[in-house]
Design a protein around this ligand. Structure first.
Ligand code: FAD
Length: 454
């Protein structure tokens, strides 16, 4: 299979693979510290149970495996103060507010003031009962005190191999790839992705064309880094036409998320014979390493989310991460600043200002958003609780990143405000991607040293 050379540039980003790995050496300890040791970032409240899959009846797909179970926190006394319903209902958090649809139309945008704006009496970043916002890339999981939600410790429920798979998981991935397509495709379709045996409609053909475009870009990058010019060899079976940046980015986000999840599955795999957990090299080689475009998409996502963290970072200095304890608030803020500082060490990483600008770009923005919202709905069809938890959290994290990148123009003076759940999802997504990039480098070293042995 084609291998990735370290100096190659990650296509659609402006950074090489080895620069990202170097950056990650600073990011990983900081983001692990933030997400493992602070109450604010290690608990999450979401609608995990009782939501039906809006697309099909998946009663048969329930994962009865113990590893699929999520231990939720039933007793409010065990929940850190900051996440308790009574506290959520007390705090209003105007700083973290997004104007509702009506207010957005009536109110001019707030100028950047280096603070959270005028008339701000309460400075904690919390959520409130909110119908959602035109700028959301996800269907919000309501965190308001009145809404039904589940408290989860993310540290106690790590993302890893659960044994979930088969038809149910396949249907979810299929739906994600198949139903979330851009309608206006200028692309012919060609050889399949091996995604599924179901009949492929025009929408899927479009998405498959996007993948081929991303794969082709990857091959071109490899060739260029090796000093080879000219077209992709026909033996790759890839199309020659270029897909537009926006469709490519959309596909890469989904595929990179899939690659990250599968990397974690192989990183913390359960050997059913011995009952022991550990690395599974052949799982990794089969699902990730032998598909360099998947690694490219994973690194692309790392670059994209790093840029989102770096972009919102300076504004977070004005946020207060209220935990009910001033010392903890200050410690949390310092840990957020450490992650942001690390993310800023690679300034040229992804240029969001190129998106939705040229050609059919501007007309694609609403479709891009609608498609991403659809993916957040499909997550409720994942019938393994733990997979659904991390799937929902990561999709929410990407939604927050996309909102920061594409809804707040650089230099417009607008502050990208995020709700608490969005911030927690964004930083935990960053931690997941950071862990995946680290796992890719460690798997590479293991394979170089031992070969594919298990
Ligand atoms: P799958 O990973 O199911 O992939 C299906 C098809 O998609 C493949 O045949 C391939 O053609 C294509 N494909 C695979 N990777 C990519 C990629 N990166 N880009 C593009 N196309 C790709 N299992 C766990 O053990 N732990 C978890 O935490 C977990 N979380 C999950 C979260 C979600 C939202 C979903 C839908 C599933 C989750 N799973 C989890 C299940 C896991 O992702 C796989 O579906 C399962 O392990 C079966 O794997 P598979 O080899 O059949 O291929």
């Amino acid at each position: 299979s084609r291998q990735i050379t370290p100096h190659a540039i990650v296509s659609d980003a402006c950074v090489s693979y080895d620069s990202l790995e170097k950056l990650n050496q600073n990011v990983k300890p900081a983001v692990d510290d933030l997400t493992h040791t602070t109450d604010y970032f290690s608990y999450y409240r979401l609608g995990l149970f009782g939501r039906t899959c809006p697309f099909w009846n998946d009663d048969s797909g329930l994962c009865g495996n113990i590893a699929c179970a999520v231990s939720t926190i039933e007793d409010e006394a065990d929940i850190p103060l900051v996440w308790r319903a009574e506290e959520l209902s007390k705090l209003e958090g105007p700083k973290a507010e997004h104007p509702g649809r009506k207010a957005q139309k009536e109110r001019p945008q707030r100028p950047l003031q280096g603070s959270l704006g005028e008339n701000v009496g309460e400075s904690c970043v919390v959520d409130y009962d909110d119908e959602g916002d035109d700028r959301d890339y996800c269907v919000p999981d309501d965190e308001s005190a009145s809404a039904k939600g589940d408290y989860v410790s993310l540290v106690a429920n790590p993302e890893r191999f659960t044994g979930y798979g088969g038809k149910s998981a396949q249907m979810v991935w299929d739906a994600i790839y198949r139903h979330n397509c851009f309608k206006k495709s200028s692309f012919p379709h060609s050889a399949g992705l091996g995604m599924s045996s179901v009949a492929r409609g025009p929408a899927e053909q479009d998405f498959r064309a996007v993948l081929q475009s991303a794969e082709r870009q990857q091959v071109l990058d490899q060739q260029r880094s090796q000093g080879i010019e000219g077209p992709v060899p026909s033996s790759t079976g890839l199309e020659y036409e270029d897909e537009c940046l926006e469709k490519r980015v959309f596909f890469r986000v989904v595929s990179g998320m899939h690659a990250s999840i599968n990397t974690h599955i192989c990183w913390d795999y359960l050997n059913k014979m011995t009952g022991e957990r550990g690395r599974n090299i052949s799982c990794y080689v089969e699902r990730v390493q032998s598909h360099p475009e998947r690694i490219a998409n994973l690194y692309f996502n790392y670059a994209l989310v790093t840029r989102a963290v770096a972009k919102i970072g300076p504004h977070l200095q004005a946020y207060t991460f209220c935990t009910g304890d001033r010392d903890q608030d200050a410690a949390t803020k310092a840990k957020v600043a450490a992650v942001v500082d690390a993310s800023l060490k690679q300034p040229e990483i992804f240029d969001e200002s190129l998106m939705f600008k040229n050609g059919e770009g501007p007309s694609l923005k609403q479709e891009f958003k609608d498609n991403f919202r659809n993916i957040s709905r499909i997550m409720d069809c994942t019938s393994c609780d733990k997979c659904r938890l991390w799937g929902k959290l990561q999709v929410a994290g990407y939604g927050a990143a996309l909102k920061v990148l594409f809804e707040f123009d650089n230099g417009s003076g607008e502050i990208p405000l995020l709700k608490r759940t969005e911030l927690v999802a964004l930083f935990n997504l960053y931690a997941r991607l950071s862990n995946s990039v680290d796992a890719v480098t460690q798997f590479r070293d293991l394979i170089e040293t031992h070969g594919v042995t298990d």
